[in-house]
Design a protein around this ligand. Structure first.
Ligand code: 2NL
Length: 334
């Protein structure tokens, strides 16, 4: 008969060698867990071996018990070591596989912005006038009474001030009612010949409705030279309106502006109806005098139009306020 103590101790040692080898060669965490259950689990090999301790004598038992503990600790430490190694390898493999190439093109389509219909009109108009040799000029939206009215032949008691009532600031300055002030400033700073186009935001003390806004956009043009006539004005406007609306009938109808003489409204035949689209005229000699130009030497013409009105006619809009409320369902149509 073999000695049960030696037998058990030999089996424990064999279990340890066997287990350590298996653990060392485990190549996945799943496999490692399998081995843990197989060796150290409740019904594992170590438990089974210890089950036979009942056959041992009282002296032998503590010795084998201690040996079993050593084996258990050795296997446990072997498992821990291998788990740490496998986890590190797993992370390393993940890092290798999931490298991010930040130079690759994106896979999401960025929504493309578009030009607001008002800016679309402004861009087209400026393009046309720049094509005719005009320079784009801009100026402040807050103006003095002089540049907005006085220099434009509109003194304080002039009836035209009524229609052009605006917002006054406490210091006496005001919000410009037209971009003509830009042209006055430009003429003061430069000498003829002059060809400028002035786009910009302007203000009126108007009640807001479907066709009126207290803030809107205007484009004005001005040409000053020796020998300019009403015919030059008509040709320029005809060329401009044809570029925007196509070759439609236009007519000039006598009108009045304080800063032009003679003055005219320009109508365009659009869908069978005459629509008023612009105002224009020959620059009043008083305006030329105000900027120090000799009206006996120079003549000039000027014209102005509202950008909103052009947008509404071109795009068949029913309400000016749609241009300001930033509703994307509306704006995406243009
Ligand atoms: C309109 C009409 C107009 C002008 C603007 C102008 C400017 C200078 C001298 C003379 Cl510096 N005239 N501008 C002339 C006629 C009409 O605008 O209906 N605007 C919305």
């Amino acid at each position: 008969m073999s000695n049960p103590e030696n037998d058990l101790e030999a089996q424990l040692n064999a279990l340890r060698t066997d287990g350590e080898n298996a653990i060392r060669s485990a190549d996945t965490l799943d496999r490692l867990e399998e081995l843990r259950v197989n060796y150290l689990g409740k019904k594992g090999q170590l438990s089974v071996l210890l089950g036979s301790m009942g056959k041992l004598s009282a002296e032998e038992r503590p010795k084998i018990g201690a040996a079993a503990n050593t084996v258990k600790e050795a296997l446990q430490s072997s498992l821990d070591k291998q788990r740490t190694a496998l986890e590190a390898a797993k992370i390393q493999a993940q890092l290798q596989a999931e490298t991010l190439d930040v130079t690759m093109p994106g896979i999401y389509e960025r929504p493309q912005g578009r030009i607001h219909p008002l800016n679309g009109i402004i861009d087209r108009a400026l393009d046309i006038f720049v094509g005719m040799g005009y320079t784009v000029a801009q100026g402040p939206e807050m103006e003095t009474d002089y540049y907005n009215f006085e220099a434009l032949n509109t003194p304080a008691d002039h009836p035209a001030r009524d229609m052009q009532d605006t917002f006054y600031l406490p210091d006496g300055n005001l919000l410009r009612t037209q971009t003509s002030c830009v042209q006055i400033r430009y003429m003061e700073a430069e000498e003829p010949p002059i060809r400028i186009v002035a786009p910009g935001r302007v203000y009126r003390k108007d009640d807001v409705d479907a066709t009126h806004s207290a803030v809107f956009h205007q484009i004005e043009l001005l040409a000053i030279d020796e020998g300019l006539t009403f015919t030059d004005l008509k040709g320029t406007i005809k060329e401009f309106l044809t570029s925007i609306f196509g070759d439609l009938p236009i007519r000039f109808r006598a009108s009045y502006f304080p800063f032009t003489e003679p003055s005219a409204e320009v109508d365009l035949q659009w869908n069978g109806r005459w629509l008023e689209v612009m105002g224009c005229g020959m620059v009043d000699p008083n305006v030329l005098n105000a900027v120090g130009y000799d009206p006996e030497v120079y003549t000039g013409f000027a014209a102005g139009f509202g950008v909103e009105r052009f947008a509404m006619v071109l795009h068949q809009m029913d309400d000016i306020r749609r241009l300001y409320t930033s509703d994307l369902r509306f704006l995406k149509q243009f």
